[in-house]
Ligand binder design. Structure first.
Ligand code: HEC
Ligand code: HEC
Ligand code: HEC
Ligand code: HEC
Ligand code: HEC
Ligand code: HEC
Length: 209
């Protein structure tokens, strides 16, 4: 029994030691791993792996504060493409370009998007489209914006535009994917579909009429 207790105490101490070591290891690399809305930045790979000094980034590029940029609208792909933030290096020169390899930085896609204007509701599923083998670049270099519902802010987000090969119609032409003048209900999940996906907004149902 005493022996068992001694073993247990040793095991507990060893676990504690590993945890402390991991703590120090993370500290060695600076700020650890930082997770934004859909991206991840790793101090371990940039400092430990690539050997960047702290002041490469913490002299103008980034605050030494976790998530200072979280939710800041200026922390966007457009800014990164223009050489700001991560784009200071991720320009295809110092490091892989920001207009490629989306999924190296983006650990999450854009999720399910429900359009509600002009009609409620159209479902666009990132998951379903990813499963067909499409890459992020097939939609996010010109065709669609970098923000949910950006398309519905345009006045011409209509069936006529789709039939004309714009927006979803770039693929839903009966060739790359089923045509936009067929299977209406596949895209149009309607008010019922919207309410099912947003149970807390059930009361919204009336607003649709
Ligand atoms: C390649 C760029 C880069 C390098 C090199 C770098 N950092 Fe960071 N660091 C960042 C980013 C990005 C953030 C998050 C800033 C934000 O969200 O506004 C950050 C945040 C931090 C934070 C805050 C973390 C938190 O969770 O509050 C600390 C502390 C930090 N860095 C320390 C360091 C130290 C120390 C070094 C050098 C050993 C270092 N960093 C090197 C990019 C870098
Ligand atoms: C000081 C230059 C610099 C900055 C700033 C920088 N990176 Fe990097 N990053 C690199 C280099 C160099 C590599 C190595 C890959 C390569 O050579 O293409 C890399 C690799 C990566 C990788 C792949 C390795 C890994 O960690 O999984 C990711 C993801 C990444 N960076 C994300 C980011 C994000 C997100 C930001 C902004 C918050 C950022 N980086 C800012 C230089 C930088
Ligand atoms: C078949 C087209 C398509 C593909 C492929 C695609 N997206 Fe999207 N994505 C969209 C549409 C449509 C929107 C909404 C933008 C709009 O309404 O203009 C969007 C929006 C987003 C958003 C914003 C979500 C928000 O809540 O603001 C992110 C992030 C995103 N996509 C990431 C990705 C990533 C990462 C990939 C690859 C893994 C990817 N997308 C692949 C069509 C696509
Ligand atoms: C070097 C890293 C990096 C690469 C490569 C990269 N992004 Fe981003 N992206 C970011 C960061 C950082 C943000 C702002 C923080 C966030 O939103 O997670 C961002 C924001 C976005 C947003 C805004 C919505 C949101 O989640 O905030 C979209 C959409 C997006 N990126 C799509 C893409 C697409 C598509 C590609 C490939 C063509 C790509 N990104 C490549 C780092 C990257
Ligand atoms: C880059 C090409 C491309 C674009 C752009 C695109 N799709 Fe698709 N979509 C596909 C492909 C490929 C499939 C699978 C093949 C098929 O079903 O014909 C598909 C399947 C679907 C499906 C059936 C799978 C599911 O989610 O249940 C729906 C619904 C759909 N798309 C809606 C949309 C909507 C809405 C838009 C615009 C916001 C859009 N798609 C934009 C290529 C695209
Ligand atoms: C590939 C997906 C897709 C298919 C298939 C589709 N739609 Fe649409 N529809 C959309 C999108 C996206 C919008 C604009 C966003 C919104 O209204 O929420 C839209 C908008 C509309 C509108 C309002 C705008 C306008 O053009 O007057 C009507 C009406 C409409 N669709 C009817 C139909 C009918 C009828 C069918 C079948 C013959 C159909 N749709 C098939 C995606 C689709």
């Amino acid at each position: 029994m005493k022996k068992l207790i001694r073993i247990l105490i040793c095991a507990a101490l060893a676990t504690g030691l590993v945890a402390v070591q991991q703590g120090f290891a993370e500290y060695d690399f600076g700020g650890g791993e930082i997770t934004y809305k859909s991206t991840v930045f790793s101090h371990e790979s940039h400092v430990g792996g690539m050997g960047f000094d702290c002041d490469t980034c913490h002299e103008g590029l980034f605050e030494m504060e976790g998530h200072a940029l979280q939710g800041n609208p200026e922390f966007s792909m457009d800014a990164i493409y223009e050489g700001g933030f991560c784009g200071a290096c991720h320009d295809g020169d110092t490091a892989f370009a920001s207009d490629s390899d989306c999924t190296s930085c983006h650990v999450k896609d854009g999720g399910d998007i429900y359009y509600t204007e002009p009609v409620k509701a159209i479902l666009f599923s990132h998951k379903a489209h990813g499963e067909t083998g499409l890459e992020c670049e097939s939609c996010h270099t010109g065709l669609f914006g970098m923000e949910a519902l950006a398309a519905q802010k345009g006045k011409d987000f209509t069936m006529a535009a789709l039939y004309d090969g714009q927006y979803c119609g770039a693929c839903h032409d009966g060739d790359t994917a089923f045509a936009s003048d067929t299977r209406c209900a596949t895209c149009h999940v309607g008010v019922k579909g919207y309410v099912r996906a947003h149970p807390s907004k059930g009361g919204d149902q009336h607003a649709a009429h």
